[in-house]
Design a binder for this molecule. Structure first.
Ligand SMILES: [Zn+2]
Length: 117
């Protein structure tokens, strides 16, 4: 799993910093851990949305005309969010995705539009 994480986040200093603040190093030490729901109140929420809107997620990009584009399959597709959440060893992935849906985050970009803001 650690190898996969480094592959996924490789090349982006911002993301590498995000996951070396303890969550990565603690991987494997999952005994006695209580799984938590990722919400805007969670201490790792800002890290999570930074990755979700970055190049490993929706890749939000503003062109020279000020037009914003991003990647999202729409509908009920939470592929990026699921992938990112699964990198944390103390997050209840399914529970968190359900929370997003209940708060208007049916797809990856809606999590950023509706749950984050
Ligand atoms: Zn979307």
């Amino acid at each position: 799993m650690i190898v996969n994480k480094r592959l996924l986040f490789g090349g982006c200093p911002r993301h590498t910093t995000t996951i070396t603040d303890g969550s990565l190093l603690l991987y494997g030490d999952t005994m006695d851990k209580t799984l938590e729901i990722m919400t805007p109140d969670h201490e790792k929420w800002e890290d999570f949305v930074a990755v979700l809107e970055g190049e490993d997620g929706c890749s939000f990009f503003e062109d020279e005309k000020g037009k914003t584009t991003w990647k999202c399959k729409g509908g009920n597709d939470q592929t990026f969010a699921r992938k990112i959440l699964s990198l944390y060893d103390d997050i209840d992935v399914e529970g968190s995705l359900k929370y997003f849906t209940e708060h208007g985050g049916h797809c990856d970009c809606e999590i950023l539009w509706n749950v984050h803001n």
